[in-house]
Design a protein around this ligand. Structure first.
Ligand code: KE4
Length: 436
């Protein structure tokens, strides 16, 4: 059924005259899938409503933060309560202390944390700290990983850059490019080679412990343990970017699942409950270099904002209310959807595969689950585009990019997921029908 998009079209025309591409973040332009991006009006539980009255089951959930769905009453209440005391103080407030305390309690080995306003800020501060601590210059990242839009990261990055089909960004100075080494994700050989050539000059390695920004790509255990061993051997810092995976894959993120303790961790998304929060942290020995204690400067007008901290705290406390069951239900939703899809894909012999871990899932339009960015890039993007629109027309909003992950929430009940499963199988058939 063709979607009504008149109001979205009008608003996006106005928006395009005011903001680049009419968006505050590129992926929202739907540029990778063509067609008219919709304008959101309201979110409620698993649903997103647009300004034309269309109602979608939301599989994006604001790109990860909304692990309890839209407008969970407990999170709304925490924001309203905090609001009664004020929106911002510019001095420490109790909500930010409590949020830090909660995050530190939930991540084994974490001793100290600094709150910032985004995942980008968390990751850029973590690499600055690695350079400050080691007095070295080089940072090593992985193809297809995305750590936000700080200069050092916009080299062979995933997420929005992959979505737009660009490897890097204009405006990055040459010396920044030369200070960032890039290795293949899951490629131990290339990692060992880079360390043997540059090891003594590497300040830190930053990695998405489970990659979500080329679509979901699991690490091999050997890859993660090689990372830990090599960084220890060469005394470089290992930084886990858990902005996406933190508190999504388990109550202690991906590091809890793979049982590897990084030197620094970056968080975001879930710990803000939908409001702007990022954080980076590690042992006190490292964090004591951060101003005002030490020589590494980092600051932020609205860092630790009391409303955002209150929302993040409520988000974590909802998880802790029954964390075992919380993740079991989320994981089951993802697993059931995956097996339903795989049965249909097998039955129809579609060149499609599904990668899923917990409540993160990607449907790849290629034969086998990618193990790295090169393998993800061979996906059939035209087929993906037809699938995206066929699914949207069936009332399900899937991420508008092959190189992103779906995010499920506790609001995605069994009944909702049955509808998602039916619609996604129908959209696959439609996408392959079109191709005939
Ligand atoms: P932000 O600066 O967007 O809050 O976080 C950057 C970031 C850092 N690390 C990881 C692993 C991330 O996934 C992100 C941001 N994720 C993307 C979606 N894949 C945000 C969506 C967008 O850019 O609009």
């Amino acid at each position: 059924m063709k979607l009504k998009m008149q109001k979205s079209e009008q608003l996006m025309n106005l928006s395009r005259s005011l903001m680049p591409g009419g968006v505050s973040s590129p992926v929202r332009s739907f540029q990778a899938v063509g067609g008219q991006a919709f304008v959101a009006r309201q979110g409620k539980g698993p649903y997103l409503y647009d300004v034309d009255g269309n109602k979608f089951i939301d599989l994006v959930c604001s790109w990860g933060p909304l692990i309890h769905g839209h407008n969970h009453p407990r999170i709304v209440e925490s924001i309203v309560d905090a609001l009664k005391d004020g929106v911002s103080f510019g001095v420490t407030s109790e909500p930010e202390i409590k949020l830090c305390q909660r995050v530190i309690e939930m991540i084994p080995g974490l001793e100290m944390l600094r709150l910032v306003n985004s995942g980008t800020e968390a990751c850029m501060s973590a690499i600055r700290l690695a350079r400050a601590y080691t007095n070295r210059n080089l940072i090593l990242k992985f193809e297809g990983n995305y750590h936000g839009h700080a200069d050092s990261f916009l080299i062979s990055a995933g997420s929005g850059l992959a979505t737009l089909g660009v490897a890097g960004s204009a405006g990055i100075s040459k010396d920044i490019v030369h200070s960032t080494l890039v290795s293949g994700f899951n490629d131990i050989e290339s990692l060992e080679k880079l360390f043997s050539e540059h090891g003594e000059r590497i300040a830190g390695v930053i990695v998405e412990p489970v990659a979500g920004n080329m679509g979901v790509v699991r690490p091999s255990m050997e890859f993660l343990s090689s990372l830990r061993n090599l960084t220890e051997k060469y005394e470089a810092l290992l930084i886990f970017d858990e902005v996406m995976t933190g508190f999504r894959l388990s109550s202690s993120g991906a590091q809890g699942i793979y049982n590897i303790e990084p030197d620094l961790s970056c968080f975001g998304k879930v710990i803000g409950g939908g409001l702007p929060v990022g954080a980076y942290g590690g042992k006190t020995k490292l964090m004591s270099l951060v101003a005002p204690l030490g020589p590494m400067y980092q600051a932020g007008t609205l860092s630790g904002n009391p409303l955002a901290a209150a929302a993040g705290l409520a988000s974590l406390e909802l998880i802790l209310d029954d964390k075992r069951n919380f993740y079991q239900l989320l994981d089951a939703s993802g697993a059931h959807w995956k097996s339903y899809l795989e049965a249909h894909i097998k039955h129809k012999s579609y060149p499609v595969c599904v990668e899923q871990i917990g409540s993160m899932l990607t449907i790849f339009f290629c034969e086998k689950p990618p193990r790295n960015y090169d393998e993800a890039k061979v996906c059939n993007l035209d087929r993906f585009k037809s699938f995206f629109w066929a699914l949207l027309e069936r009332g399900v909003y899937y991420p508008p990019s092959q190189f992103e992950s779906c995010f499920l929430s506790s609001a995605h009940t069994e009944e909702i997921m049955e509808r998602v499963a039916e619609a996604s199988v129908g959209a696959l058939d439609a996408a392959f029908e079109v191709a005939k």
